[in-house]
Ligand binder design. Structure first.
Ligand SMILES: Cc1cc2nc3c(=O)[nH]c(=O)nc-3n(C[C@H](O)[C@H](O)[C@H](O)COP(=O)(O)OP(=O)(O)OC[C@H]3O[C@@H](n4cnc5c(N)ncnc54)[C@H](O)[C@@H]3O)c2cc1C
Length: 428
Protein backbone atom coordinates (compact mmCIF):
# COMPACT_ATOMS: atom_id res chain seq x y z
CA UNK A 1 0.00 0.00 0.00
CA UNK A 2 1.30 3.48 -0.87
CA UNK A 3 1.90 5.91 2.00
CA UNK A 4 -0.47 8.33 0.23
CA UNK A 5 -3.30 5.74 0.27
CA UNK A 6 -5.63 6.93 3.08
CA UNK A 7 -5.94 3.30 4.27
CA UNK A 8 -2.27 3.44 5.33
CA UNK A 9 -3.17 6.12 7.91
CA UNK A 10 -3.62 5.12 11.56
CA UNK A 11 -6.81 7.17 11.92
CA UNK A 12 -8.58 4.86 9.51
CA UNK A 13 -8.49 2.07 12.09
CA UNK A 14 -10.14 4.01 14.94
CA UNK A 15 -12.42 6.50 13.17
CA UNK A 16 -16.17 6.66 13.59
CA UNK A 17 -18.15 5.34 10.62
CA UNK A 18 -18.38 7.59 7.57
CA UNK A 19 -21.86 8.97 6.87
CA UNK A 20 -23.53 7.91 3.65
CA UNK A 21 -22.60 10.57 1.09
CA UNK A 22 -23.59 9.33 -2.39
CA UNK A 23 -22.31 11.16 -5.50
CA UNK A 24 -24.28 14.08 -6.90
CA UNK A 25 -26.87 12.24 -9.02
CA UNK A 26 -27.85 15.05 -11.43
CA UNK A 27 -28.49 18.77 -11.69
CA UNK A 28 -29.49 20.72 -8.60
CA UNK A 29 -29.68 24.25 -7.19
CA UNK A 30 -28.29 25.75 -4.00
CA UNK A 31 -27.64 29.05 -2.31
CA UNK A 32 -24.10 27.97 -1.43
CA UNK A 33 -21.99 25.33 -3.17
CA UNK A 34 -18.88 24.23 -1.26
CA UNK A 35 -16.06 22.44 -3.08
CA UNK A 36 -13.82 20.24 -0.92
CA UNK A 37 -14.74 18.07 2.08
CA UNK A 38 -11.97 18.76 4.60
CA UNK A 39 -12.32 20.84 7.77
CA UNK A 40 -12.57 24.10 5.78
CA UNK A 41 -15.31 22.94 3.43
CA UNK A 42 -17.21 20.90 6.03
CA UNK A 43 -17.19 23.79 8.50
CA UNK A 44 -18.38 26.13 5.72
CA UNK A 45 -21.19 23.71 4.79
CA UNK A 46 -22.21 23.24 8.43
CA UNK A 47 -22.33 26.96 9.18
CA UNK A 48 -24.17 27.78 5.93
CA UNK A 49 -26.74 25.02 6.51
CA UNK A 50 -27.23 26.08 10.13
CA UNK A 51 -28.03 29.56 8.88
CA UNK A 52 -30.89 28.00 6.93
CA UNK A 53 -29.57 28.36 3.38
CA UNK A 54 -29.61 25.55 0.80
CA UNK A 55 -26.10 24.10 0.85
CA UNK A 56 -24.44 21.49 -1.37
CA UNK A 57 -20.91 20.20 -0.73
CA UNK A 58 -18.97 18.44 -3.49
CA UNK A 59 -15.98 16.29 -2.52
CA UNK A 60 -13.80 14.54 -5.10
CA UNK A 61 -13.14 11.49 -2.88
CA UNK A 62 -14.76 11.29 0.58
CA UNK A 63 -15.05 13.67 3.58
CA UNK A 64 -11.66 13.72 5.30
CA UNK A 65 -9.83 12.21 2.31
CA UNK A 66 -7.30 15.09 2.15
CA UNK A 67 -5.07 16.47 4.88
CA UNK A 68 -8.02 16.64 7.28
CA UNK A 69 -8.13 12.87 7.67
CA UNK A 70 -4.37 12.32 7.84
CA UNK A 71 -2.87 14.92 10.16
CA UNK A 72 -1.41 14.78 13.66
CA UNK A 73 -4.66 16.03 15.19
CA UNK A 74 -3.10 18.91 17.14
CA UNK A 75 -5.51 21.82 17.52
CA UNK A 76 -3.28 24.90 17.60
CA UNK A 77 -4.62 28.46 17.96
CA UNK A 78 -1.38 30.18 16.88
CA UNK A 79 0.55 31.11 13.72
CA UNK A 80 3.35 28.93 12.37
CA UNK A 81 6.06 31.60 12.36
CA UNK A 82 4.53 34.95 13.15
CA UNK A 83 3.90 36.46 16.53
CA UNK A 84 0.84 38.65 17.16
CA UNK A 85 2.97 41.82 17.05
CA UNK A 86 4.21 40.83 13.57
CA UNK A 87 0.60 40.61 12.39
CA UNK A 88 -0.11 44.09 13.73
CA UNK A 89 3.03 45.37 11.96
CA UNK A 90 1.88 43.72 8.71
CA UNK A 91 -1.82 44.64 8.69
CA UNK A 92 -2.10 47.56 11.09
CA UNK A 93 -3.58 47.64 14.60
CA UNK A 94 -7.25 47.12 13.70
CA UNK A 95 -7.11 44.30 11.18
CA UNK A 96 -4.00 42.88 12.86
CA UNK A 97 -5.70 42.56 16.26
CA UNK A 98 -8.91 41.23 14.66
CA UNK A 99 -6.82 38.51 13.02
CA UNK A 100 -5.01 37.77 16.28
CA UNK A 101 -8.34 37.38 18.10
CA UNK A 102 -9.68 35.20 15.27
CA UNK A 103 -6.67 32.86 15.45
CA UNK A 104 -6.75 32.84 19.27
CA UNK A 105 -10.42 31.78 19.21
CA UNK A 106 -10.03 29.12 16.53
CA UNK A 107 -9.32 26.17 18.86
CA UNK A 108 -12.31 27.04 21.05
CA UNK A 109 -14.44 26.99 17.88
CA UNK A 110 -13.28 23.41 17.11
CA UNK A 111 -14.00 22.12 20.62
CA UNK A 112 -17.30 24.02 20.79
CA UNK A 113 -18.44 22.38 17.50
CA UNK A 114 -17.39 18.98 18.85
CA UNK A 115 -19.42 19.52 22.03
CA UNK A 116 -22.47 21.04 20.32
CA UNK A 117 -22.72 18.31 17.69
CA UNK A 118 -21.59 15.52 20.04
CA UNK A 119 -18.82 14.48 17.64
CA UNK A 120 -17.03 11.40 18.96
CA UNK A 121 -13.46 12.21 18.03
CA UNK A 122 -11.41 11.61 21.20
CA UNK A 123 -11.24 15.37 21.76
CA UNK A 124 -8.91 16.51 24.56
CA UNK A 125 -8.60 20.25 25.24
CA UNK A 126 -5.77 20.13 27.77
CA UNK A 127 -3.46 22.48 25.91
CA UNK A 128 -0.76 22.51 23.26
CA UNK A 129 2.94 22.66 24.10
CA UNK A 130 5.74 24.18 22.06
CA UNK A 131 9.05 23.29 23.72
CA UNK A 132 12.41 24.79 22.76
CA UNK A 133 14.77 22.23 21.25
CA UNK A 134 17.83 24.44 21.92
CA UNK A 135 18.61 27.08 24.50
CA UNK A 136 18.65 29.68 21.69
CA UNK A 137 15.05 28.85 20.78
CA UNK A 138 13.92 29.87 24.28
CA UNK A 139 13.87 33.42 22.93
CA UNK A 140 11.20 32.39 20.42
CA UNK A 141 9.27 30.62 23.17
CA UNK A 142 9.43 33.69 25.44
CA UNK A 143 8.30 36.01 22.65
CA UNK A 144 5.32 33.89 21.77
CA UNK A 145 4.31 33.46 25.39
CA UNK A 146 4.71 37.14 26.19
CA UNK A 147 2.83 38.43 23.11
CA UNK A 148 -0.12 36.03 23.43
CA UNK A 149 -0.25 36.62 27.20
CA UNK A 150 -0.48 40.39 26.59
CA UNK A 151 -3.60 39.68 24.51
CA UNK A 152 -5.27 37.66 27.26
CA UNK A 153 -4.70 34.20 25.76
CA UNK A 154 -4.58 31.35 28.35
CA UNK A 155 -0.83 30.74 28.02
CA UNK A 156 1.87 29.63 30.45
CA UNK A 157 5.64 29.73 30.38
CA UNK A 158 7.68 26.77 31.58
CA UNK A 159 11.30 27.81 32.10
CA UNK A 160 12.44 25.03 34.35
CA UNK A 161 14.08 22.11 32.52
CA UNK A 162 12.90 19.53 35.05
CA UNK A 163 9.36 20.82 34.79
CA UNK A 164 9.32 20.64 31.00
CA UNK A 165 10.84 17.15 31.17
CA UNK A 166 8.02 16.06 33.50
CA UNK A 167 5.37 17.64 31.25
CA UNK A 168 6.68 16.17 28.00
CA UNK A 169 8.30 12.96 29.24
CA UNK A 170 11.37 13.94 27.23
CA UNK A 171 14.78 15.03 28.55
CA UNK A 172 15.70 17.05 25.44
CA UNK A 173 13.80 20.30 25.92
CA UNK A 174 14.97 23.55 27.54
CA UNK A 175 11.61 25.12 28.31
CA UNK A 176 8.23 25.59 26.63
CA UNK A 177 5.14 27.69 26.26
CA UNK A 178 1.76 26.13 26.79
CA UNK A 179 -1.45 27.31 25.13
CA UNK A 180 -4.27 26.05 27.35
CA UNK A 181 -6.93 26.44 24.60
CA UNK A 182 -5.14 23.95 22.33
CA UNK A 183 -5.52 20.20 22.37
CA UNK A 184 -5.90 17.22 20.09
CA UNK A 185 -8.54 15.23 18.25
CA UNK A 186 -8.94 12.10 16.12
CA UNK A 187 -8.94 14.06 12.86
CA UNK A 188 -10.75 11.62 10.55
CA UNK A 189 -13.53 11.25 13.13
CA UNK A 190 -13.77 15.04 13.41
CA UNK A 191 -14.11 15.34 9.61
CA UNK A 192 -16.77 12.61 9.46
CA UNK A 193 -18.56 14.12 12.46
CA UNK A 194 -18.60 17.54 10.79
CA UNK A 195 -20.04 15.95 7.63
CA UNK A 196 -22.82 14.30 9.67
CA UNK A 197 -23.53 17.56 11.51
CA UNK A 198 -23.71 19.48 8.22
CA UNK A 199 -26.12 16.90 6.81
CA UNK A 200 -28.23 16.99 9.97
CA UNK A 201 -28.43 20.76 9.54
CA UNK A 202 -29.74 20.25 6.00
CA UNK A 203 -26.65 20.30 3.77
CA UNK A 204 -26.33 17.80 0.94
CA UNK A 205 -22.84 16.26 1.03
CA UNK A 206 -21.74 14.38 -2.08
CA UNK A 207 -18.59 12.23 -2.13
CA UNK A 208 -16.97 11.02 -5.37
CA UNK A 209 -18.19 14.23 -6.99
CA UNK A 210 -15.20 16.20 -8.26
CA UNK A 211 -15.96 19.70 -9.46
CA UNK A 212 -14.46 19.85 -12.94
CA UNK A 213 -15.46 23.36 -13.99
CA UNK A 214 -16.87 26.55 -12.48
CA UNK A 215 -18.61 28.86 -14.91
CA UNK A 216 -20.68 32.01 -14.62
CA UNK A 217 -24.37 31.56 -15.43
CA UNK A 218 -26.14 34.95 -15.36
CA UNK A 219 -25.52 36.27 -11.88
CA UNK A 220 -25.10 32.75 -10.46
CA UNK A 221 -22.37 30.09 -10.66
CA UNK A 222 -22.61 26.70 -12.26
CA UNK A 223 -20.33 24.01 -10.82
CA UNK A 224 -19.98 21.00 -13.08
CA UNK A 225 -19.27 17.44 -11.95
CA UNK A 226 -19.15 14.31 -14.15
CA UNK A 227 -22.79 13.40 -13.33
CA UNK A 228 -24.51 16.71 -12.76
CA UNK A 229 -24.14 20.40 -12.04
CA UNK A 230 -24.93 22.69 -9.12
CA UNK A 231 -26.38 26.11 -9.90
CA UNK A 232 -25.54 28.30 -6.90
CA UNK A 233 -25.54 31.93 -5.79
CA UNK A 234 -22.17 31.56 -4.07
CA UNK A 235 -19.27 29.13 -4.30
CA UNK A 236 -16.70 28.35 -1.61
CA UNK A 237 -13.47 26.72 -2.75
CA UNK A 238 -11.93 24.66 0.06
CA UNK A 239 -9.48 22.37 -1.72
CA UNK A 240 -6.26 23.55 -0.01
CA UNK A 241 -3.17 21.44 -0.91
CA UNK A 242 -5.35 19.22 -3.14
CA UNK A 243 -6.28 22.22 -5.31
CA UNK A 244 -6.37 21.35 -9.00
CA UNK A 245 -6.83 23.54 -12.08
CA UNK A 246 -10.40 24.56 -11.22
CA UNK A 247 -9.55 28.24 -10.82
CA UNK A 248 -6.66 29.88 -12.72
CA UNK A 249 -3.56 30.47 -10.63
CA UNK A 250 -4.94 29.10 -7.34
CA UNK A 251 -2.96 25.82 -7.52
CA UNK A 252 0.21 27.82 -8.16
CA UNK A 253 -0.36 30.13 -5.18
CA UNK A 254 0.63 27.44 -2.63
CA UNK A 255 3.28 24.73 -2.49
CA UNK A 256 1.75 21.29 -1.79
CA UNK A 257 4.38 19.57 0.36
CA UNK A 258 4.09 15.85 1.17
CA UNK A 259 4.25 15.51 4.94
CA UNK A 260 4.90 12.07 6.43
CA UNK A 261 3.64 10.66 9.71
CA UNK A 262 4.39 7.51 11.65
CA UNK A 263 2.53 5.78 14.48
CA UNK A 264 3.88 3.21 16.92
CA UNK A 265 2.01 0.20 18.22
CA UNK A 266 0.20 1.00 21.51
CA UNK A 267 2.81 1.66 24.20
CA UNK A 268 2.82 -0.27 27.47
CA UNK A 269 0.75 1.56 30.11
CA UNK A 270 3.70 2.31 32.40
CA UNK A 271 5.64 3.89 29.48
CA UNK A 272 2.64 5.77 28.07
CA UNK A 273 1.98 7.31 31.51
CA UNK A 274 5.37 9.07 31.31
CA UNK A 275 4.74 10.71 27.91
CA UNK A 276 2.78 13.96 27.86
CA UNK A 277 1.01 12.92 31.08
CA UNK A 278 -1.10 16.09 31.07
CA UNK A 279 -2.73 14.97 27.80
CA UNK A 280 -1.24 17.76 25.67
CA UNK A 281 -0.02 17.61 22.07
CA UNK A 282 3.53 18.80 21.40
CA UNK A 283 5.10 20.48 18.35
CA UNK A 284 8.60 21.71 19.07
CA UNK A 285 10.54 24.71 17.76
CA UNK A 286 12.34 22.85 14.97
CA UNK A 287 11.65 23.98 11.41
CA UNK A 288 11.86 20.33 10.34
CA UNK A 289 9.18 19.79 12.93
CA UNK A 290 9.11 17.13 15.63
CA UNK A 291 5.51 16.70 16.82
CA UNK A 292 4.17 14.04 19.17
CA UNK A 293 0.84 13.06 20.67
CA UNK A 294 -0.67 9.89 22.05
CA UNK A 295 -3.89 8.54 20.60
CA UNK A 296 -6.61 7.00 22.74
CA UNK A 297 -4.92 3.57 22.52
CA UNK A 298 -1.54 5.02 23.57
CA UNK A 299 0.02 4.88 20.13
CA UNK A 300 2.59 7.64 19.73
CA UNK A 301 1.81 9.55 16.53
CA UNK A 302 4.67 11.64 15.21
CA UNK A 303 6.00 13.59 12.24
CA UNK A 304 8.73 12.26 10.00
CA UNK A 305 10.61 14.27 7.41
CA UNK A 306 12.44 12.23 4.77
CA UNK A 307 14.79 13.92 2.34
CA UNK A 308 13.59 11.74 -0.54
CA UNK A 309 10.11 10.39 -0.94
CA UNK A 310 11.20 7.39 -3.04
CA UNK A 311 11.74 4.45 -0.67
CA UNK A 312 10.58 6.66 2.21
CA UNK A 313 9.06 3.77 4.17
CA UNK A 314 12.38 2.07 4.97
CA UNK A 315 14.23 5.32 5.64
CA UNK A 316 11.45 6.55 7.91
CA UNK A 317 11.41 3.35 9.95
CA UNK A 318 15.10 3.78 10.74
CA UNK A 319 15.06 7.55 11.28
CA UNK A 320 11.92 7.44 13.45
CA UNK A 321 13.36 4.69 15.65
CA UNK A 322 16.47 6.84 16.18
CA UNK A 323 14.41 9.95 16.86
CA UNK A 324 12.19 8.21 19.39
CA UNK A 325 15.25 6.88 21.20
CA UNK A 326 16.53 10.48 21.50
CA UNK A 327 13.23 12.11 22.45
CA UNK A 328 11.78 9.35 24.66
CA UNK A 329 14.56 6.97 25.75
CA UNK A 330 12.14 5.21 28.11
CA UNK A 331 10.27 3.77 25.11
CA UNK A 332 13.12 1.46 24.11
CA UNK A 333 12.69 -0.41 20.83
CA UNK A 334 9.10 0.01 19.81
CA UNK A 335 7.47 -1.37 16.66
CA UNK A 336 6.03 1.11 14.19
CA UNK A 337 2.54 0.36 12.96
CA UNK A 338 1.57 2.84 10.21
CA UNK A 339 3.42 5.19 7.87
CA UNK A 340 1.44 7.58 5.70
CA UNK A 341 1.57 10.98 4.11
CA UNK A 342 -0.70 13.84 3.15
CA UNK A 343 -0.27 17.16 1.42
CA UNK A 344 0.28 20.38 3.37
CA UNK A 345 -0.46 23.68 1.58
CA UNK A 346 2.50 25.92 2.33
CA UNK A 347 2.57 29.65 1.63
CA UNK A 348 5.85 31.51 1.36
CA UNK A 349 5.24 33.49 4.57
CA UNK A 350 3.34 30.60 6.27
CA UNK A 351 0.24 32.80 6.70
CA UNK A 352 -3.18 31.56 5.53
CA UNK A 353 -4.83 33.09 2.47
CA UNK A 354 -8.40 34.26 2.04
CA UNK A 355 -9.44 35.20 -1.51
CA UNK A 356 -12.50 36.73 -3.09
CA UNK A 357 -11.82 35.36 -6.56
CA UNK A 358 -14.86 36.90 -8.28
CA UNK A 359 -18.32 38.06 -7.13
CA UNK A 360 -19.64 35.49 -4.60
CA UNK A 361 -16.68 33.15 -5.16
CA UNK A 362 -14.50 32.61 -2.10
CA UNK A 363 -11.39 30.54 -1.33
CA UNK A 364 -9.45 29.86 1.88
CA UNK A 365 -6.22 27.86 1.97
CA UNK A 366 -2.51 27.82 2.74
CA UNK A 367 -2.58 27.02 6.46
CA UNK A 368 1.00 25.73 6.26
CA UNK A 369 0.43 22.85 8.70
CA UNK A 370 -1.90 24.62 11.15
CA UNK A 371 -5.26 24.05 9.47
CA UNK A 372 -7.30 22.16 12.04
CA UNK A 373 -8.27 25.20 14.07
CA UNK A 374 -7.63 27.90 11.46
CA UNK A 375 -9.21 25.93 8.58
CA UNK A 376 -12.35 25.32 10.65
CA UNK A 377 -12.49 29.05 11.44
CA UNK A 378 -11.89 29.89 7.75
CA UNK A 379 -14.81 27.70 6.73
CA UNK A 380 -17.09 29.53 9.15
CA UNK A 381 -15.82 32.89 7.91
CA UNK A 382 -16.46 32.01 4.26
CA UNK A 383 -19.96 30.69 5.03
CA UNK A 384 -20.81 33.94 6.84
CA UNK A 385 -19.41 35.95 3.95
CA UNK A 386 -21.32 33.90 1.37
CA UNK A 387 -24.66 34.36 3.14
CA UNK A 388 -24.11 38.08 3.73
CA UNK A 389 -23.65 37.95 7.51
CA UNK A 390 -20.10 39.29 7.44
CA UNK A 391 -19.99 42.40 5.34
CA UNK A 392 -17.28 44.41 7.02
CA UNK A 393 -14.57 44.06 9.61
CA UNK A 394 -13.26 40.80 8.18
CA UNK A 395 -10.76 39.17 10.56
CA UNK A 396 -8.32 38.41 7.72
CA UNK A 397 -7.01 40.41 4.77
CA UNK A 398 -8.51 39.71 1.35
CA UNK A 399 -5.49 38.72 -0.73
CA UNK A 400 -5.09 38.70 -4.48
CA UNK A 401 -4.14 35.28 -5.90
CA UNK A 402 -0.43 35.35 -6.61
CA UNK A 403 0.94 32.46 -8.61
CA UNK A 404 4.43 31.60 -7.34
CA UNK A 405 7.10 31.89 -10.02
CA UNK A 406 8.57 28.57 -11.23
CA UNK A 407 5.87 26.75 -9.24
CA UNK A 408 6.58 23.30 -10.69
CA UNK A 409 10.17 23.52 -9.41
CA UNK A 410 9.11 24.54 -5.91
CA UNK A 411 7.69 21.14 -4.97
CA UNK A 412 10.97 19.21 -5.48
CA UNK A 413 12.89 22.19 -4.10
CA UNK A 414 10.83 22.10 -0.90
CA UNK A 415 12.28 18.65 -0.13
CA UNK A 416 15.84 19.92 -0.35
CA UNK A 417 14.81 22.70 2.06
CA UNK A 418 14.64 19.91 4.66
CA UNK A 419 18.44 19.84 4.65
CA UNK A 420 18.58 23.60 5.24
CA UNK A 421 16.00 23.36 8.02
CA UNK A 422 17.92 20.55 9.72
CA UNK A 423 21.10 22.64 9.55
CA UNK A 424 19.28 25.64 11.04
CA UNK A 425 17.65 23.46 13.70
CA UNK A 426 21.02 22.06 14.71
CA UNK A 427 22.43 25.59 15.05
CA UNK A 428 19.38 26.55 17.13
C1 LIG B 1 0.59 14.75 7.68
C2 LIG B 1 -0.06 16.05 8.10
C3 LIG B 1 -0.04 16.44 9.44
C4 LIG B 1 -0.65 17.63 9.85
N1 LIG B 1 -0.75 17.92 11.18
C5 LIG B 1 -1.48 19.00 11.59
C6 LIG B 1 -1.71 19.26 12.96
O1 LIG B 1 -1.32 18.50 13.84
N2 LIG B 1 -2.39 20.40 13.28
C7 LIG B 1 -2.91 21.24 12.35
O2 LIG B 1 -3.53 22.25 12.69
N3 LIG B 1 -2.75 20.98 11.03
C8 LIG B 1 -2.08 19.88 10.62
N4 LIG B 1 -1.96 19.61 9.29
C9 LIG B 1 -2.62 20.50 8.33
C10 LIG B 1 -4.13 20.26 8.30
O3 LIG B 1 -4.40 18.88 8.21
C11 LIG B 1 -4.73 20.99 7.10
O4 LIG B 1 -4.35 22.35 7.14
C12 LIG B 1 -6.24 20.92 7.08
O5 LIG B 1 -6.70 19.60 7.21
C13 LIG B 1 -6.75 21.53 5.78
O6 LIG B 1 -8.12 21.30 5.66
P1 LIG B 1 -8.84 21.68 4.30
O7 LIG B 1 -10.25 21.33 4.46
O8 LIG B 1 -8.53 23.09 3.94
O9 LIG B 1 -8.12 20.77 3.19
P2 LIG B 1 -8.18 19.19 2.97
O10 LIG B 1 -8.51 18.46 4.20
O11 LIG B 1 -6.91 18.80 2.28
O12 LIG B 1 -9.41 18.98 2.02
C14 LIG B 1 -9.41 19.38 0.67
C15 LIG B 1 -10.37 18.44 -0.04
O13 LIG B 1 -10.67 18.98 -1.34
C16 LIG B 1 -10.95 17.88 -2.17
N5 LIG B 1 -10.86 18.35 -3.55
C17 LIG B 1 -9.78 18.77 -4.24
N6 LIG B 1 -10.13 19.16 -5.49
C18 LIG B 1 -11.47 18.97 -5.60
C19 LIG B 1 -12.42 19.19 -6.63
N7 LIG B 1 -12.06 19.67 -7.84
N8 LIG B 1 -13.73 18.88 -6.41
C20 LIG B 1 -14.12 18.40 -5.21
N9 LIG B 1 -13.25 18.17 -4.18
C21 LIG B 1 -11.95 18.46 -4.37
C22 LIG B 1 -9.91 16.85 -1.78
O14 LIG B 1 -10.29 15.54 -2.16
C23 LIG B 1 -9.83 17.05 -0.26
O15 LIG B 1 -10.64 16.11 0.44
C24 LIG B 1 -1.31 18.45 8.87
C25 LIG B 1 -1.31 18.06 7.53
C26 LIG B 1 -0.72 16.86 7.14
C27 LIG B 1 -0.76 16.45 5.70
Amino acid sequence: MQTSDPRSCVWNATAIAAPDTPPLPGDTEADVCVIGGGFTGLSAALHAAEAGVRTVLLEAAAPGFGASGRNNGQVIPAYVRHNPDDIVALYGPELGERMNAWVAGSADLVFELIRRHRIECDAVQNGWLQPAHTLGRMRLVLNKYEQWMRRGAPVELIEDRDEVAAMTGSPIYHGAWLHRAGGHIQPLSFARGLASAAMAAGAAVHARSPAVEIRRNGDRWQVLTPRGAVLADSVILATNAYTDRLWPGLRQSIVPVRSFHVSTVPLADDVARTILPGGQGLSDTRQALWAFRLDRCNRLVTTATPLFTVGARGVLRRSTATRLRIAFPQIGDVALECIWDGKVAMTVDRLPRYHELAPALYAGLGYSGRGIAIGTAMGKLMAERAIGRLNEELPVPVSPVQALPMHDLLVPLSRTMVLFYRWKDARG
